[in-house]
Design a protein around this ligand. Structure first.
Ligand code: LMR
Length: 387
């Protein structure tokens, strides 16, 4: 019966986590998966989340009924305010937001929505992009292509190549964009470049999907949504997948959201209904714990302030690690490593080949992703010199 089922080669990122955990070497360093580790090499429980657990203790221990298909309403509202923080409150009425199973779950809903309602649309992702973007959209039946993005010679963005490609696309093609902390390269667009991209999206009538999994890890919570807020202001119709995994350190709770910005309230109601229908067909309704915790933090001013401060601490620690790694490498090798400090967020693209990445793993127990992506958040003062 099952002879035709091939062996799964494993996921290029998640399978490294298994290998790292099984590695018995005490000096091992995990610079592969996007997990934020603190100075003590621990994935921290954020104080704001700890306080939310304490405040909600009774509720979390009670029997939890099914959430609505769209998730916890106060979580969705708080997510909208975080994602579209500079928006006129009236504009929020034309945004359909549903809770999702992390950022990946939001992308899956977006992919199914596009496949169902824009069957002739194709998806364009940056070259390179997070491996799972292509897997998720292809699995939903959406054809994927790449637009030029990373320029290996400058270790920055090939902006001309990107814009030239977007300028050739037919209306209703879908363009996946990383509003901050590009995964895997860490090479981001400037605000002036975003303005140009938004202009192209508008003139060519393209559908943007902004994937924001690291809000706050580049320039700050209020700055990293620049592209999204500008797109809203430009009256585009677009989508945003948002993840709470990293910025709330709630990886296993699978909490995030998908927002679809519609032309008006009437369209928002129809879109929201169709999102609910998609949710019902895949998993019926989302889990409640993560959404209860996040909405409690976002809706409690004291906890919001504490959380904001902690996101800032994570951001600054990663910046410091970028600078220290650059300084130590430049001292040791007399080579320009400035890309480490110009790239932003959790990841840097080192340019190491798959064979070099393998050698680092085999000989030194240092884990990077095969593409040469290095997770800055796995570095600390203790392992830096060794790395
Ligand atoms: C990553 O890129 O490492 C994270 O987003 C985790 C994942 O699911 O791949």
């Amino acid at each position: 019966m099952f002879n035709h089922i091939p062996t799964y080669a494993g996921d290029p990122i998640l399978s490294l986590m298994d290998a790292y955990q099984k590695d018995p070497r005490a000096h091992k360093v995990n610079l592969s998966i996007g997990l934020y580790y603190d100075e003590q090499q621990q994935v921290p429980q954020l104080q704001a989340i700890q306080q939310a657990y304490a405040d909600l203790d009774t509720q979390l221990k009670q029997v939890k009924l099914y959430l609505p298909m769209s998730g916890l309403q106060r979580f969705n509202q708080a997510s909208q305010q975080l994602i579209f923080s500079t928006a006129d409150p009236a504009a929020l009425d034309r945004i359909a937001t549903v809770q999702s199973l992390g950022g990946s779950g939001a992308l899956k809903l977006a992919a199914d929505f596009i496949h169902q309602f824009f069957p002739n649309s194709q998806l364009w992702v940056s070259n390179p992009t997070w491996e799972n973007h292509i897997s998720i959209f292809t699995a939903s039946g959406v054809n994927c292509h790449t637009y030029p993005y990373y320029d290996a010679s400058t270790q920055g963005v090939d902006f001309k190549g990107m814009l030239d490609c977007l300028n050739t696309l037919a209306p209703k093609n879908v363009v996946l964009l990383h509003p901050c902390c590009h995964n895997p390269t860490g090479a981001d667009l400037s605000q002036a470049q975003w303005d140009q991209v938004i202009q192209v999206l508008k003139t060519r009538e393209l559908i943007a999907v902004f994937d924001m999994a690291y809000q706050g890890f580049s320039q700050g919570l209020q700055q990293d949504n620049y592209a999204i807020c500008q797109a809203l202001q430009a009256n585009l119709s677009f989508m945003v997948s948002h993840s709470c995994s990293k910025i709330f350190s709630l990886y296993g709770e699978r909490v995030g959201s998908l927002s679809i910005v519609c032309p008006d309230t009437e369209a928002r109601i129809r879109v929201e209904g169709q999102l609910k229908s998609l949710v019902r067909k895949i998993y019926s309704s989302p889990p409640s714990t993560g959404a209860l915790l996040v909405s409690h933090v976002l809706n409690t001013p004291k906890l919001y302030a504490l959380w904001q401060q902690q996101v800032e601490e994570m951001r600054l620690r990663m910046q410091q690690m970028r600078q220290s790694l650059r300084d130590q490498l430049e001292q040791a090798l007399e080579h320009d490593f400035s890309y480490l400090t110009t790239q932003q967020g959790m990841f840097s693209y080192t340019g190491l080949s798959p064979a070099q990445v393998q050698q680092l793993r085999d000989d030194y127990a240092i884990y990077l992703v095969g593409s040469g992506r290095l997770c800055i958040a796995g570095l600390n003062q203790k392992n830096l010199s060794y790395v």
